[in-house]
Design a protein around this ligand. Sequence first.
Ligand SMILES: *Cc1c(COP(=O)(O)O)cnc(C)c1O
Length: 229
Amino acid sequence: MSEFSPETIRPETIRPALDSIRARIATAAQGRAVTLIAVSKTKPVAAIEAALAAGQLVFGENRVQEAAAKFPLLRAAHPGLALHLIGPLQTNKAREAVALFDCIDSLDRPKLADALAAAAERAGRMPRLLVQVNVGDEPQKAGVSLAEADGFIRAMRARFGERLRGLMAIPPLGEDPAPHFRTLVAMADTHGLPVRSIGMSDDFETAIACGATEVRVGSALFGARHAPQ
Ligand SMILES: *Cc1c(COP(=O)(O)O)cnc(C)c1O
């Protein structure tokens, strides 16, 4: 797995980091349930195993190929493991993604919905889905645009029913994320969707204060990523 991490992972640092993140989540959540997604992209299997040993069962990866290389054996050893795809998905990888992930958090266009529906039919299994919203309306960024979001979410709800669980967003870098988090949460409220996946290492407490139900934490848990993502 050397291609995933040029730096040395020290598994013994992962348990204390996890404990500290859990404590911060609990404080921010004030009794609400918030799921921690441990983002293990670029990190080796040893790091994921250390997190599993510390009781972490929910993981996020942003690339299908990398997840396919790292997770099947871990899954066999840990039946409770849940894996999220948090990165953009190409339609030609939909079949593999449907087989591999429990949750696909980056549904953002009709062609991908078609590919996922076809893949799910063949596989006899459909992961849980989140619509990714481009809350900052940034050009080149994944996610459905704000202008198209309501129509797209309604269409996905009609198509996938209860498999569509909620919304995901990544606010623009270098801006106050709170207004963007609130936009996402308001949209989820409007559509009656329970899951709001917002917040990363630098802003997960803010996201929880704004109504996050899932936070995606990578570097604060596993250390900085040196490899390009
Ligand atoms: C990498 C990534 C994260 C985690 O980022 P950190 O800042 O390392 O916590 C969260 N969400 C998505 C979509 C990512 O690609």
